[in-house]
Ligand binder design. Sequence first.
Ligand code: ZN
Length: 338
Amino acid sequence: MRPISRINTDIDFELNGKQVSCLAVPNSTNESAYGTVTIPITAINNGQGPTLLLTGGVHGDEHEGPVALMKLARALEPEEINGRVIIIPCLNLPAVLAAARCSPIDGLNLNRIFPGERDGTITMTIAHYVAEVLAPMTDIQMDLHSGGKTLQYIPCAMMNEYEDKDLDSKCFAAIKAFGAPITLRDKILDSTGLLTGVFEEKGVVAMGAELGGAGMVSKDAVSIAEHGVMNILKHFNIIEGDIVTPDAQGRSPTKIARIQDTQCYVMSPDDGLYEPFVELGDRIEVGQPIGQVHYPQHVNKEPWTNIAPRSGFLLCKRPPGSVQRGDNVAIIAQHIEG
Ligand code: ZN
C-alpha cells in the first residue's frame, strides 16, 4: 500500500521526548535528481495532554512567527510539558528562504490551496501532509502570520466563528489568553483553501495571528508572539504557570474587534503613488478620506481620493507607496464588547 504522503520524516510522533528533524519533500530538479526540500520540525512529547501544532512561515515574507517559533523549538524541553507540541517554524521553507509570499518553486500560495494534493506540486504536497498526517493528530492549532512585505497589521490573534458554541467559546478564550494588542473575532475572509479551514472543519481549536509585517522583524512583535504562544501553552495546561497578561508585559489590555464585512478591505482605486491619511489604530468614520492616489506621469492631475466605506479603526495598512488598482491599502476593523 502506498504511504499517505510522499513526504518522509524519521520523527515518530508517538515517541516520548524531544525529536528534532525535518520533513523531506521530494523535489527532483536538474541540479538534484532525487533531491528533497527539508523542512525543520520539532516534536516534543511527554505525559498526558493535548496535541498542539504550531506553524509559521506559511508565507515566506512573514518573519516574526518563524523567529518566535525557532526560539521556542530550541528552548522547550519534554519535562516542562504535558502533552505533545509539534513546531514547524517555516512550513513553506522555499518561500521563507526566498523571503517571498509564494513558493519560488511552483509559484503557489500555501495558504490558498488546502487541503492540497498528495501527488501535486511541492506546495500542494506540503498542504496535503498537514491536512492528512498532522491534522488528524492535532487538538489545538495555531498558525502565525503577519502582513508580509505588502501589509502591516496591529499585532492580533484571531479565529473564525464556529457554529458549535462550546468550541467557539473555547477558541475565543484561548485567543484572548494569547494577549495580543487586538483579539480578532472574525477576519471574514473565506476559509476555503486556508490552513485553519482544515482544522476548523475537524472541530479542532483553530487559531491564527497577524503579528506585524512590512517585511520586518520588530522587537515588540517577537515579544508579543513569544508571550502569546507561551500563554497558549499555559492556557491549555500543556505547561504550568500563570498567563503573562499584556499588562504584565507593560502593554494595554487586549481589545476585542471584528471585521464587519468584505467592504472593510479597502482597495486602491487606481495605479500610482498612494498617500495614506490615517495610521494604524486611528479612528475612521464612514465617508472620511483615508488616502489618495497621485499620478507620477501627470503632475497636474488631481489625486483620486480614497473614501472609507466603513467606520472603525485602521487595523492594517499597506507600507509600499507604489500601488496598482485593486491593491489592498487598508483594513478597517470595529471594536466590539468581549
Ligand atoms: Zn500570511
